[in-house]
Design a protein around this ligand. Sequence first.
Ligand code: PLP
Length: 391
Amino acid sequence: MKLADRVQRITESPTMAVNAKASSMKAAGIDVIDFSAGEPDFPTPQNVKEAGIAAIRNNFTKYTPAAGVRKLRELVANRYQQKYGQTFRAEEVILTSGAKQALFNLVMSLVQDGDDVLIPEPYWVTFPDQVKVCGGTPVFVPTKEEDGFALDASEVEKKLTSRTRMLILNSPNNPSGAVITRKTMSALLDLCVKNNIAILFDETYDCFVFPPYEHTSPLHFYPKGRDLTFIVNTFSKTYSMTGWRLGYALGPAEVISACDKLQSHTTSNPPSISQMAAVQAIEGDQSSVGIMYAEYEKRRNFVAEALGRMPRIHCNQPQGAFFVFPDFSAYLSREVPDSVALCKLLLDKCHVATVPGSAFGMEGHLRISYATSIENLQEGCRRIQSFLESM
Ligand code: PLP
């Protein structure tokens, strides 16, 4: 059967592919240290789990409105109202099956054939493929490791054409951990307002930004850019709820309503049970977020230092999220030509799972997730170092 062009334009998520191979090795009894995970290693907080169980007991197990229950849409709007001192309405929020669906709804609603979408490199793997499915062309904006992967507004400006429709920003960044500064965000916003370009701001890791860095959103400049700014966030990372599939988008009501229409014909509402759990996540005790934050910061310090001490590896200290993105290019050669080959070697020879930098648009790097215990980080770094010494 001939596949439609739109699926032939994309590839399977490479992070999922590594994950699958590492999982099958683990299932075969091999002691794999898994640095490929893109999800917290903490359980969902108990109060959130209880709220999900209560939803089942109370038979809150049926369809809800496609955009989600009004109470949770209001709570999300309030969260942003409290944070940024601006008024947001429930109609400006749609609840989705994870941030992934929020992003997809927005790209589907705003991007069409012939549109260019600017995406800074390194990027989260899903951004370019979603753009391609929707007929757009991803246009990459480079950043440099020596600048801490900081995005430069003048580099974005260089890529603008009459076809540019959208700029996708992700801060803190997966995989680099880079956080966009106030100054850069202000310059990017000016650029987008002047050229009528939508900003799709993915702040999935907003609760995990380490001092002295601070999370900056386009909403800090509200109402500037009000009609072109779209925020995407999720319960997946902040509350360790990846499997519950609940995220959201916030933006101008007209576009949110287009997303609602689309969602009503694709998945309908995100899980009703997860929505009740998310009400508790927002309203309830937040101490679990602080515990995860402190743990990630400790692990980040450990792993960045351990990798930085290894010969011929550059490792920036990430500013947020839970990934490091060190440069291993000194270890590439004719026999090990790229990051995919290096990644395979590390998995096969020392049973450490990482993700190749090429998946994120930056060859020579590997993404290492520190959403795992310090003991695993110690053992994984030890294995990597002894393997590199033997190369
Ligand atoms: N955006 C970024 C930058 C991510 O890293 C991820 C998950 O890894 C997502 C979105 C997707 O999150 P969700 O589980 O809510 O779909």
